[in-house]
Design a protein around this ligand. Structure first.
Ligand code: FE2
Length: 381
């Protein structure tokens, strides 16, 4: 049996943030909480969003305290304010963290207690309409059915199951994203797509969208890094991020994200950077399971295969192409990030405990995991 989801409608294109207020009003909202973080709240995009909401006659309550990898206590604080203020809508303006925070707060609006009670639990009273304005191109959170939240009680990442109502993808809101963050978020989207294609339970819709996401990232990420104001490239990257989000929402991500979450939390690395450096070796691992899927990733990057390659050769060819691309977009290696090989390999037990490890297409032994981590360290310098 196969299954795929249809999540929320998307409005995209330059200047579409100006439609925010009217769109929120159409959803029946009168008083909305605007969820963002300190950095984004100082940007023009945030002011434009706020202006659009106010111009539409909506009342707003601002909550701009969201932290990266949003911790449970921030969600709980936001939820408490949202309940006390009796808001009837939520608007996130920002990257993955504000978007996930808004989704988490939405779980608390019509339910008692803390967000921690609802981790992995789809049975709760539905919240209010939640509209996402994505200001980075990477997470695709506007179109995924979960919000990833840091569970500070157990010191792990956890998630609540919740959808958005509408996403707005305006490339003009992403033109100020600096090159390093553009690269990291773009590679996060690439990793979502590549892991979705090579997933344990592949999905035809995921594959279609993931292929297109990889094509768009390969073609446009170097352009957006070279010229942040390239609105066309920014637009393509927002679509790539969205397509990859829809793709992994069904097919799920696996070993690369289990490694990235573990490395990210142990060494405080940017999520997209950790996803990026893990990916070449993860593609080699995936080629050992189903090399035809890894070929699809390579073909989306523009590689032509003769058809005579062994599985291992396919894996190596695609891994090599990804490594070259990572260099081109200046993704730092584990060693350049100042982590020793020994310390890097020490995350092995964390990889097995990460939720994404449950979705690996094939289980690996501890020795194999150590080997993959060692190769990530040695083969991309
Ligand atoms: Fe990711």
């Amino acid at each position: 049996m196969g299954k795929y989801a249809q999540t929320c409608p998307i409005i995209y294109g330059a200047g579409t943030i100006s439609l925010l207020g009217e769109e929120v009003k159409k959803l029946g909202c009168t008083k909305v909480m605007v969820v963002s973080d300190e950095n984004i709240s100082k940007l023009e995009a945030y002011d434009k969003g706020k202006k659009s909401l106010l111009d539409a006659g909506l009342k707003i309550v601002e909550f701009t305290k969201v932290l990266p990898d949003p911790p449970d206590y921030i969600i709980n604080e936001g939820g408490e304010i949202a309940r006390n203020e009796r808001i009837d809508g939520l608007v996130a303006i920002g990257g993955g963290s504000p978007m996930d925070a808004a989704k988490g707060i939405n779980v608390l609006i019509n339910n008692p207690g803390s967000v921690n009670q609802y981790f992995g639990n789809p049975f709760y009273n539905p919240g209010v309409p939640v509209v996402m304005v994505a200001t980075t191109a990477g997470t695709g959170s506007e179109s995924t059915s979960v919000a990833v939240i840091t569970d500070t009680v157990n010191n792990v990442k956890n998630s609540v199951i919740v959808n958005s109502t509408l996403g707005i993808l305006d490339p003009e809101t992403t033109v100020t994203v600096p090159p390093a963050l553009t690269a990291a978020t773009g590679m996060d989207a690439f990793a979502h797509a590549a892991e979705a294609i090579t997933a344990k339970i592949p999905n035809p819709k995921s594959e279609l969208l993931a292929k297109e996401a990889i094509k768009k990232v390969t073609a446009n990420l170097p352009l957006a890094i070279a010229d942040g104001k390239d609105v066309r490239a920014r637009s393509e990257l927002l679509l790539a991020s969205n397509f990859a989000g829809i793709a992994f929402n069904d097919a799920l991500v696996h070993l690369g994200h289990a490694i990235a979450h573990s490395a990210g939390s142990k060494f405080h690395l940017t999520h997209g950077v950790a996803c990026a450096f893990a990916l070449p070796e993860v593609m080699k691992y995936a080629a050992g399971i189903d090399s035809e899927k890894v070929k699809i990733v390579g073909e989306a990057m523009g590689i032509s295969f003769s058809g005579k390659e062994s599985s291992a050769e396919t894996g190596e060819i695609v891994a090599d192409a990804i490594r070259n691309f990572l260099k081109k977009v200046n993704i730092k290696s584990v060693s350049i990030l100042g982590v020793s090989k020994e310390d890097f390999i020490s995350i092995t037990p964390m990889v097995f405990k990460d939720a994404c490890y449950n979705f690996v297409p094939k289980e690996i032994t501890r020795e194999e995991a150590e080997g993959i981590l060692g190769s990530i360290y040695d083969n991309y310098k």
